[in-house]
Design a protein around this ligand. Sequence first.
Ligand SMILES: [Zn+2]
Length: 473
Amino acid sequence: MDLNNRQSADLLVRDADLVVTMAGEEIPGGWVAIANGCVQAIGPAGDEPEAADWLSARGALVTPGLINTHHHMFQNLTRAYGPAVGCGLFDWLRTLYPLWARLDEEAVYVSTYVGLVELALGGTTTTTDHLYIHPTNGLIDAQIRAAREVGLRFHPTRGSMSLTQKDGGLPPDELGEDEDEVLADCERLVGAYHDRSPGAMTQIALAPCSPFSVTGRLMERTALLAERLDVRLHTHLAEDRDEDDFCAERFGCRPIEYFERLGWGSSRAWIAHCVWPSEVEIERLGAWGTGVAHCPTSNMLLIGATAAARALREAGSPVGLGCDGGGGDHASLWLEARMAMLLGRHGHGPTGMSARDALHMATVGSAGCLGRDGELGALRVGAPADLVVWDIDEVALAGAHTDAVAAWLRSGPARARHTVVGGNAVVRDGRFRGDGLTDALRDHRRISTEWQRAALGAGIAVRPGTDDRPGRA
Ligand SMILES: [Zn+2]
């Protein structure tokens, strides 16, 4: 807190019911002043500095922006796809791979744009994305273009698949990539986009998809490349019991042993899911400092089980939250935080997971997964000004007067009134401020309808496309 800084601010978020910094302070009636994209000062009511512009947080809770640590935005093109909704993970993937094989630059750009706007409307300010299907080149470049237009902080990961059906893997052969070309593209993307400066808007990580879709050789070579380029590593791990069987049969070990054997057991990596580690493996992950993207909605929909988030946190792993693309079929980190709180209490009773624990995972824990702890995830003077103003003065929270954080997650659904990224209000008064959403939704509808019609064949009902009507922003 800097109460003596009287310089004029670019933007003042004022009159909050409560400002929760996640850096140890909760300030009733507080305000946050922003200059040059960073937090300039935070203080209590009555001490506000002058500012060129201001946002009202009256009747609202102010938190750091939420951070999404695992996602596949292209999968919003096949949301709740009928033939897959009753499937477990492996059959769900087998059903959807042929549709996803149609990905091209336009489909990636449009799905990323829509996914990023959905995240921003739900209070996310930083997100990663795991794009592991590359039928053509330049797809991550298209994602970065969308992120720059939308205005979110973006950590795309260069995914890959190289172990296909002909070699005993899960994906169809047409989706396998040449491993030398994957690594060359990883290096190209890091060179072109990875920004190491404080407040970076774009950072790249390397992300071979999973034990059942990538060779061990590519996992090893990717880990060595990440070390050389000093970037982070990401993959799916220990998501499903079928994966345990696959690893036992093919590699003679469990997924986390396999991960270690390939040189991935370190704080450079964060893994998605981690539903099935043993107690010993949880301790090892914690000792390595490997991060975990807890994806509770996806895990409940596709697997019917969930990560031991509390034990992983206690063991020392940074634990963040992730929406997981089509696995969760939404892009609201508020929903994930609420699901994480509920499942924590399902497992451990009413003291098992508080709203503040869940908010901590969605902010500080997630920042740790992305290697940006101490910089993102908490409101501190000098840190990038990423914050959310949540309406709490509305019907669904009537009667909540004594604990705004608990009310935010127990009641709701909560709505982001303003979502601010680096001092820029991407969402203001509940509306996305960019001008590309109407076009993106129109194109999204056309592409997703084409894909699903083609997969299901003529004569099978797909909700008709409405290409003749502009989408509503
Ligand atoms: Zn995933």
